[in-house]
Design a protein around this ligand. Structure first.
Ligand SMILES: Nc1nc2c(c(=O)[nH]1)N[C@H]1C(S)=C(S)[C@@H](COP(=O)(O)O)O[C@H]1N2
Ligand SMILES: [Mo]
Length: 355
């Protein structure tokens, strides 16, 4: 396990975690983390928090979010874009600027990808996350065609709504970076970026403009509206996980209880997910269902065998493939998402009924 940063150490509190000099974690006592004053993102609309997948057996299938259940976040009103006027320009530090109409983009070889979208403002276990099947054109091929100049270090990505953000060139050159025009086999709905949005592995939604019209290669980083408000400039996905079933609101009948959820580690990839049913005193391995690439979310499930009636505090923690583990409890309602997103542990209290 890696050493804690100073910020994480403060978040943990003095009694929370004692790291042995030789490396291993001796004892974990989880404490809520303080919530700093965070500028909130513009009114996100959460997707349906009720995941519509009854868990009857393990391993779980990999969940695909329905478009109507995907959360939405935007800076301004969703613009309605006409296909005839839309075009995408790739310009700046390239040998040949490109301008593509929608028909030209659709005529390129199409690729399908599963891609998990998560907002940097998603609190631990929150619903600002979804996983869908997307279809579109490989961005890398177009950038190679345009001929990116060696001095280009960033790509500024802009949408019709005047939203923009900047990412290092390697992000847009990623082999799975996609110019997507379909989600789950349907054209993108207006609020999710019709006609075209960019999908980039490993970063939060903030770095993936909808209604995309421009990709400018530059040697300087352009801070977009949310970066200017202090949100992360890198917006790399933090290791996170959530319990989706059972929920606090719905007591469960006696018998085995299937506890299920998602874990997301971005490009680091999920190695394991552990669950506690006793408030963090003991931890158990869960059964995983992985996506087709590391940055897709992982489904996890655990059979809690015939617990006695009563209340149980469930905690979930993910471990990524470098051995980093989630280590502190979410604090406050916002769950300390500002400014980098959160890696805080999700906790729910469930009730097992007498009958
Ligand atoms: N053009 C544009 N793209 C955008 C945004 C925006 O405000 N304008 N918001 C971003 C943020 S913060 C997130 S989390 C995702 C949300 O995508 P969704 O609404 O399709 O779920 O879109 C991103 N792309
Ligand atoms: Mo976001």
């Amino acid at each position: 396990m890696r050493a804690l940063t100073r910020r994480e150490f403060i978040a943990l509190g003095a009694t929370a975690l004692v790291v042995a000099a030789g490396g291993g974690v001796m004892r974990v006592r989880l404490q809520p983390a303080p919530t700093p004053n965070a500028p909130s993102l513009p009114s996100p609309t959460p997707g349906s928090s009720a995941f519509k997948y009854p868990a009857t057996s393990l391993p779980l299938p990999l969940w695909i979010t329905a478009p109507e259940d995907l959360y939405t976040v935007q800076y301004d009103q969703p613009p309605s874009v006409s296909l005839t006027s839309w075009s995408l320009t790739i310009h700046g530090m390239v040998r040949n600027s490109l301008r593509l109409t929608f028909d030209e983009l659709r005529a390129l070889p199409a690729e399908s990808r599963m891609h998990t979208l998560e907002c940097i403002g998603n609190p631990a276990g929150g619903s600002l996350i979804g996983n869908l099947e997307w279809r579109g054109a490989a961005l890398r091929d177009l950038l190679i065609r345009a001929g990116v100049e060696p001095q280009a270090k960033y790509a500024t990505l802009g949408g019709v709504d005047e939203y923009f953000t900047s990412v290092p060139v390697e992000r847009v050159m990623h082999e799975r970076a996609l110019l997507a025009y379909e989600m789950n086999g349907q054209p993108l709905p207006t609020q999710h970026g019709f006609p075209v949005r960019i999908l980039l592995p490993g970063v939060y939604g903030q770095k993936q403009p909808k209604w995309l019209t421009g990709i400018k290669l530059t040697d300087t980083e352009d801070l977009g509206p949310w970066e200017k408000k202090g949100w992360s400039r890198e917006a790399t996905i933090q290791l996170n996980s959530g319990i989706k079933f059972p929920t606090e609101a719905n007591p469960v009948p006696r018998g085995d209880v299937l506890i299920v959820g998602v874990a997301h580690a971005g490009e680091a990839g999920v190695h394991a997910v552990e669950i506690s049913t006793d408030g963090g005193a003991t931890w158990h391995d869960t059964i995983l269902t992985r996506g087709p690439s590391p940055e897709v979310w992982t489904q996890w499930g655990y059979r809690f065998e015939n617990p006695a009636p009563g209340r149980y505090t469930l905690l979930v923690r993910a471990i990524d493939r470098q051995g980093n583990s989630q280590a502190h409890l979410a604090g406050g309602i916002l769950g300390e998402v500002f400014p980098h997103g959160t890696s805080a542990i999700h906790s729910v209290v469930i009730q097992v009924r007498e009958t």
